[in-house]
Design a protein around this ligand. Structure first.
Ligand code: 5GP
Ligand code: ZN
Length: 117
C-alpha cells in the first residue's frame, strides 16, 4: 500500500485540514512555502494522467474549499501536480500541491533553465 493510502487509512499520522467522502487535505511534511498543503483522492489513482474527469471536477471544488478555509483564496496560490518520471513525481498517488502564503518565485522555470535542459 502506498504512503498516501496509509494516510487515508490512518495507518500513518497526518496533519489534516479538511476531509470529505472523496478527498483529504493535509499539510506537507516538508513544506516548500509558508503554506504547503497536499490534496489527495481517497481512492488510489496513480497520477494526473490516470484520473477521470468526473473526479477532477469534484476535486476542483474541494481544492477551492481548502484554499478558502486556509485564507489564501484571495491572496492567491500555486497549484501543482507532478506527473510521472519527468514531472518529478515521488509519491505515486495523485496529489495536488497547494502553495501560498507569500509571493512565490518561479525560478525553476526561467528561460535560462530551459536552455540548460
Ligand atoms: P511529489 O514529489 O510526489 O510531487 O510530492 C510528494 C510530496 O509528499 C512532497 O512534497 C513530500 O514532502 C510529501 N510527503 C512525502 N511523504 C510524506 C508524508 O509521510 N506525510 C506528508 N504529510 N507529506 C509527505
Ligand atoms: Zn495510494
Amino acid at each position: 500500500m502506498c504512503i498516501f493510502c496509509k494516510i487515508v487509512n490512518n495507518e500513518i499520522p497526518s496533519n489534516k485540514l479538511l476531509e470529505n467522502d472523496d478527498f483529504i487535505a493535509f499539510h506537507d511534511l516538508y513544506p516548500k512555502a509558508p503554506v504547503h498543503v497536499l490534496v489527495i483522492p481517497k481512492v488510489h489513482v496513480e497520477c494526473f494522467q490516470d484520473v477521470q474527469a468526473e473526479m477532477m471536477g469534484k476535486m476542483t471544488t474541494f481544492i477551492q474549499e481548502v484554499a478558502t478555509l486556509i485564507g489564501i483564496d484571495k491572496s492567491g496560490y500555486r497549484l501543482i501536480t507532478n506527473n510521472g518520471e519527468d514531472g518529478g513525481q515521488e509519491v505515486k498517488h495523485l496529489h495536488f500541491h497547494l502553495l501560498g502564503g507569500a509571493k512565490l518565485p518561479f525560478e525553476h522555470l526561467t528561460d535560462e533553465t530551459h536552455k540548460n535542459l
